[in-house]
Design a protein around this ligand. Structure first.
Ligand code: HCA
Ligand code: CU
Length: 427
């Protein structure tokens, strides 16, 4: 039998390893409920996993197989998707998110996971309202379980997180982590309820690095205070090598850190060594892929979004046409937000078509019409032979086949925005 776990001991982790949890934390988003969708289909998950692997993500977190028959059933399909891409992209590690409980752990190991992201509540609130165990009792049960798993599966990737770590006093975290650290590859610090501030993150990461200098840290921030992104940036700069993200930041409540928002910010801040191996140009397309699955648009607050290149005020539009640096400080085209590169092609979803027709070309077009135009566009695009661009094809379908018209305030010429970042716009 192929023992996938061997791969980890041969892998040299990069300065920043994204542990994407779109398919675990992300599925806890209420947005899936808004559309009565509730979960990603197997096909959705395979597409998202494929996109993540092609983007350069090496660690993907999934639910433990025993959370539901649906999750258990999808694992095989996801392993197949992963295996198909090994030749092209190398090995990607699938990690199961498990309670520190033999039932979860055994189910995940039998399903062939490469590693376990184990969690156990350590805050006073978890102790009081969740499991009723004291820190000493947590250590006792987690210690014997993790020791046994490590002994029986030396190559399995093991991470232990004290859930609600930012409401757990530091001495309690040390009390729990000290006896467990020898069994794990990483220690997790999740800000489960979104209480952390950048100052707290700096001091916590420094304290843990000092105490556990040989163990990598994995950080996870919820966005209740809208601080998830800045906290993650602080954590990375303070030396956290692993961080949890999701596409467009979906997750429980207001979600967690958005993957592309994090990488975009690291780029702007010149942290190029942290970007090793990530295909930044696919940032906007991967956000659109997730938005399509959620049946929504890329959220307007998402840094890597078309919204950030959409200029509404007349004064802005005029200046932008002369030089994009006037109102665009960041190289979004390097992140795939450019008409030519990403907006249109055979893989464009109705979302992108909707954006293109409505936001760039000012058509009066609703979602239904956008869906119909998309279907026609997809049928026709295979016949393009280079004499007409995908954009022109789409515009002709919209105007001639569907008789869509531009709204009254449409500018007379479509803006051609070229970003020039070489003229002092960037720091
Ligand atoms: C959860 C909580 C979690 C776990 C994070 C971790 C959190 O949904 O079970 O395992 O490190 O935010 O604490 O997402
Ligand atoms: Cu979480």
């Amino acid at each position: 039998m192929n023992m996938p776990q061997d791969h980890f001991r041969q892998y040299h982790p990069r300065p920043l390893e994204i542990v994407d949890t779109s398919l675990r934390e992300g599925q806890q988003t209420s947005l899936l409920h808004d559309h009565y969708k509730y979960y990603f289909t197997t096909h959705d998950k395979q597409e998202l996993l494929r996109a993540l692997i092609l983007y350069g993500v090496k660690f993907v977190e999934l639910f433990a197989p025993n959370v539901s028959a649906r999750e258990a059933g999808d694992i095989q399909a996801l392993r197949e998707t992963r295996d198909e891409l090994i030749v092209q992209k190398g090995y990607t590690f699938l990690l199961a998110h498990v309670r520190c409980h033999p039932v979860d752990i055994e189910a995940a190991i039998s399903a062939g996971f490469d590693g376990l992201n184990v969690y156990f509540g350590t805050s006073p609130q978890s102790q009081a309202f969740n499991h009723g165990k004291t820190p000493a009792e947590i250590v006792k049960s987690a210690g014997s379980l993790l020791a046994e798993v490590r002994r029986a599966h030396p190559d399995l990737i093991l991470r232990f997180s004290g859930e609600d770590a930012f409401r757990t006093p530091l001495d309690t975290l040390f009390q729990v982590y000290d006896p467990l650290v020898e069994f794990v590859d990483r220690l997790g610090l999740p800000d489960t309820v979104g209480v952390a501030t950048p100052a707290m993150v700096r001091s916590r990461v420094a304290a843990l690095r000092q105490r556990y200098p040989h163990t990598a840290l994995e950080l996870h921030f919820h966005d209740d205070r809208n601080l998830a992104l800045v906290n993650t940036l602080e954590a990375v700069l303070a030396g956290a090598q692993y961080v949890n993200t999701t596409l467009v930041g979906i997750g429980e409540r207001s979600g967690i850190t958005s993957m592309t928002a994090l990488l975009f910010n690291l780029f702007i801040d010149g942290q190029y060594d942290h970007l090793e191996g990530y295909n930044l140009r696919s940032s906007y397309p991967i956000n659109v892929t997730m938005a399509d699955k959620l049946r929504t648009l890329v959220p307007p607050k998402e840094p890597v979004s078309l919204t950030n290149r959409t200029h509404t005020a007349g004064v802005h539009q005029g200046a932008i046409l002369r030089d994009s640096a006037a109102y665009e400080a960041h190289p979004l085209d390097l992140f795939g937000v450019s008409e030519q590169d990403i907006l249109l092609g055979p893989l464009s979803g109705w979302n992108v078509v909707h954006y293109y027709l409505k936001q760039i070309n000012y058509f009066d077009v609703d979602e239904d019409a956008a869906r119909q135009v998309t279907a026609r566009f997809k049928e026709s695009i295979g016949q393009l032979n280079g004499d007409i661009s995908a954009a022109d094809l789409l515009l002709s379908i919209a105007e001639q086949d569907f008789h869509l018209v531009r709204t009254a305030n449409a500018p007379t010429s479509a803006p051609q925005i070229v970003q020039r970042m070489d003229k002092g716009a960037r720091r």
